[in-house]
Design a protein around this ligand. Sequence first.
Ligand SMILES: [Zn+2]
Length: 149
Amino acid sequence: MKVLNLQCAHGHGFEGWFASNDAFDTQLAAGLVECPICGDTAIVKMLSAPRLNLGNPKGPQAQETSSRHAVTEVSSPEARWMRAVRELMSKTEDVGDRFADEARKMHYGEAEERGIRGQATREQAEQLLDEGIAVMPLPLPAALKETLQ
Ligand SMILES: [Zn+2]
């Protein structure tokens, strides 16, 4: 597994996971590597910053040095946000535009409690909040919405 630090033409930094450097080159040439933030396929490889202690959290403190720090710095806030969003996506059910109905049903015990996501208008969201139903806005980058549909 190769973890590469990549950057798109718009300057978004992100990590790409590939079987090998060759696999990256092949996928890049085929236009399969795209920026998770804006969907750009003009990707360049940044200076590689090897991950130390991967799978070995008890590694010597001495190895917690500049390399790991470099990984943290090139991992942009957007990239970290994208990971959090993907995590959330994997744990919630997409109910689409039935979001307000489903949230209300769960609140009043008419449907099973579970994590849901979907679309709601501003008015619907305000009504839910008025009824004491917790909803959270989740602004998603356009690139991610497209890949999930
Ligand atoms: Zn980008």
